[in-house]
Design a protein around this ligand. Structure first.
Ligand code: ASP
Length: 338
């Protein structure tokens, strides 16, 4: 590879090559005996050592990207990660890519990668809920299954997915549903893409298609705010006045806000700063239904864009990328969310 130095683990010529990009997260963490708190610890090679059975499935081409808790991921790191994964996907010797990542922001990272990669090869994100210091850890099984999925012919054209606890989730719809349990991800109404059984990939439905964006040099600042009863809209106004390039609001229900937030949204739109309305409800889509002040239909007529069926955090990523290409052109932006 041009710029990326990969460490090869396993040299069986009869097996496919899988790239493993290690970024950190609980899967690579251990309890510090002094503080009794979980901290980053294991390198990518140490992760493979925990589950050597992987080498019966594939040779591993390892890239240690970082070893951080995923709460420390940033837009700049996503750009860097996407560049590396794109390069790995172009390598004809590599059948698929597995990314180990903390579960706190894995859904964001996977969606960002889905929006910025275009390949028939799979990109499988995985992680763990239990660190290697716990009596039972889910990391080794998750990693084994991620490699198992990445080598499978059924995974061709599957896009970017998140696989934990044997379930395969699409990057577009997946979300973390538990703070501690190993069954920590689902895809809501849309359902799982599939399931990794012992030596079989069971597909439940076809992949989701997302817009594709070539990786921009940088990402504009877009903030995510959440509605609550009695909101006076002051944070929306503050964001609008502080130079952000876009605001995503997780409104109530089908996409409604209170009257004062409505006024703050109209103020923001008058400054040509796009507003995306998502919902804080976990399932369903945002519908421009209500015509009173603050209602979704009123917000849409005022120029706000409905996020359709994606969550606030994902609408933020989509807006950041879309803004990089179409600036604040509302009609062009609206298409990405329809
Ligand atoms: N705090 C961890 C993270 O890096 C949680 C996890 O990985 O499960 O996101």
């Amino acid at each position: 590879m041009k710029n990326i130095e990969l460490k090869t683990i396993g040299i069986n010529p009869d097996l496919p090559n899988i790239a493993l990009v290690a970024t950190g997260g609980t899967i690579a963490q251990r309890v510090d005996p002094k503080t009794k708190a979980t901290v980053p610890s294991l390198s990518g090679a140490a992760l493979v050592d925990l589950v050597p059975q992987i080498l019966q499935l594939a040779n591993i081409k390892l890239y240690d990207f970082s070893n951080i808790d995923s709460s420390q991921m940033t837009p700049n790191l996503w750009l860097k990660l996407s560049k590396i994964v794109n390069e790995l996907l172009l390598n004809p010797q590599i059948k698929g890519v597995v990314v180990t990542h903390g579960t706190d922001t894995i859904a964001e990272a996977a969606y960002f990668l889905d929006l910025t990669t275009k390949s028939t090869k799979p990109v499988v994100f995985t992680g763990a809920m239990k660190s290697t210091s716990e009596i039972i850890t889910d990391g080794p099984l998750n990693l084994y299954n991620a490699v198992n999925l990445a080598v499978a012919d059924e995974a061709q054209n599957i896009g970017v997915v998140v696989e934990l606890n044997q379930y395969i989730n699409s990057a577009r719809y997946t979300r973390k549903i538990h703070t501690d349990n190993v069954h920590s991800f689902n895809s809501g109404d849309r359902g799982y893409l599939g399931y990794v059984a012992k030596n079989k990939i069971i597909k439940f439905r076809e992949r989701d298609f997302n817009p594709y964006f070539p990786i921009p040099d940088s990402l504009p600042k877009v903030v995510l705010l959440k509605s609550y009863s009695g909101d006076d809209g002051s944070f929306i106004r503050y964001a609008a006045d502080s130079g952000v390039k876009g605001i995503v609001i997780e409104g109530f229900g089908a996409g409604n806000v209170d009257e004062q937030s409505h006024d703050a949204i109209v103020y923001t739109l008058s400054k040509k700063i796009p507003i995306i309305i998502a919902t804080q409800v976990t399932d369903g889509i945002v519908l421009p239904m209500y015509g009173s002040k603050g209602g979704g239909a009123t917000l849409q007529s005022a120029g706000a864009i409905m996020a359709n069926d994606i969550s606030g955090i994902k609408a933020r990523l989509l807006l950041m990328l879309a803004l990089s290409y179409v600036n604040s052109d509302t009609e062009k932006l609206r298409k990405y969310f329809s």
